[in-house]
Design a protein around this ligand. Structure first.
Ligand code: PLP
Length: 374
């Protein structure tokens, strides 16, 4: 099988599986107890937090473990606004785990401003400038688009934001960007940054929120006061162990992985065959959104699957019935969107295999067009 839907989730690294097993069978004690075994379990968690923090360049803030990035994003949108007046600015390219809580705020009467994208898929910087004013309290702009792989210029956007709303908090959804964009979190200058482990070779069900030193955010889940009082609930020690192991493995493999070579090879094959790459520009290199003219993505996806090629067709959680909000914000028509497949690679993707998968996709597309499939 050639798995090319890594933006949806990644295969769990063997080392991450082993790390989770060790945590379950060896240091399974509740890390919040005060006897030595619990204290040791707690110190094992802190070791993993440091490993992740060093790997992702997050020394100017703390990492709080959550159950997933959806939780981290909901936390930011739900809690940065408590008792705060003013407006919230997000981009039209946000994942639904930012967009939907923002829409909930809007329904409750909050002034939520959605900044359009340009054709390349990045946020429209002029409109971004105009959307912010001295009453802006929270800004959320996705780092790397889960639909197109396009990287938003977060450092520049923060500079723009600070000129108009110096006290506004700047959050970025870094699920597709953490490690994969190459930018350390501290260097981005964000106040808050969400990430998810299952996009990096760890299991589903663990995420984090980076909170820059000096930034105060109320807890979203309250109870026993775990995670420095910021996220109650007994910590998921096996998955924290797996998260750290996966991040370390990723860092090792990334030296061997040539993101650009795969991205460029695939871009060349698809464009030479008359397909359109959606959102060409500064791309993370891991996600390629391809419009295959005249072929519905769902039919193509299902037709290549029995041939051992697994591809996506837009965000796994956007649901087939909802259409694709982000691609339509980039100006694509409904007919074009229906024909967009998403190919996403990871550090364990082999370039030759990806190229051979692309050839399979194109030949199946040709058969579908000529009425021989589906
Ligand atoms: N944000 C982005 C950009 C994503 O791609 C995803 C998952 O696809 C999420 C948030 C949600 O992450 P999780 O599955 O950890 O809730």
């Amino acid at each position: 099988m050639i798995y090319l839907d890594n933006a949806a989730t990644t295969r769990v690294f063997d080392g991450a599986v082993k790390a989770a097993q060790a945590a379950m069978s060896e240091w399974y004690f509740n890390p919040n107890t005060t006897y030595p075994n619990g204290v040791e379990a707690n110190s094992e968690i802190e070791k993993r937090r440091r490993i992740i923090s060093d790997a992702v360049g997050a020394r100017n803030g703390r990492l709080v473990f959550t159950s997933c990035a959806t939780e981290s994003n909901n936390w930011v949108l739900g809690c940065c606004r408590k008792n705060a007046k003013g407006n919230v600015v997000i981009s039209a390219g946000e994942h639904s785990s930012v967009y939907e809580p923002a829409m909930q705020l809007k329904n409750r009467g909050v002034d939520v401003r959605v900044v359009p994208l340009d054709k390349s898929g990045t946020i429209d910087e002029n409109a971004f400038y105009n959307a912010i004013d001295e009453n802006t309290t929270l800004i959320s702009v996705i780092h790397v688009s889960n639909e197109t792989g396009i990287i938003n210029p977060i450092e520049r956007l923060i500079k723009i934001a600070k000129t108009k709303a110096p006290r506004a908090l700047f959050h970025s959804d870094g699920v597709q960007g953490m490690l994969k964009s190459g930018a350390p979190i501290d260097a981005l200058g964000v106040d808050l940054y969400s990430a998810s482990a299952h996009k990096l070779g760890a299991p589903k069900g663990i995420g984090l929120l980076y909170i820059k030193n000096g930034v105060n955010i109320a807890p979203f889940i309250v109870g026993g006061g775990q995670e420095q009082g910021l996220r109650s609930g007994t910590q998921n020690t096996p998955y924290i162990a797996a998260f750290a192991a996966a991040v370390s493995e990723y860092k090792k493999l990334t030296n061997r992985y040539n993101t650009n070579k795969i991205y460029e090879s695939l871009t060349k094959i698809f464009t030479e065959s008359g397909c359109k790459i959606i959102g060409e520009g500064n791309n993370s290199g891991y996600i390629l959104c391809v419009c295959v003219p005249g072929v519905k993505a769902e039919i193509l996806q299902n037709a290549v699957n029995p041939m051992g090629v697994v591809i996506g067709k837009g965000a796994a959680c956007s649901g087939s019935h909802r259409g694709n909000r982000v691609l339509s914000a980039m100006g694509l028509s409904a007919a074009e969107i229906e024909c967009c497949i998403r190919i996403s690679t990871f550090v364990d993707t082999d370039c030759d295999e990806a190229v051979s998968a692309a050839k399979t996709i194109l030949s199946v597309a040709e058969r579908i067009r000529s009425g021989n499939v589906g």
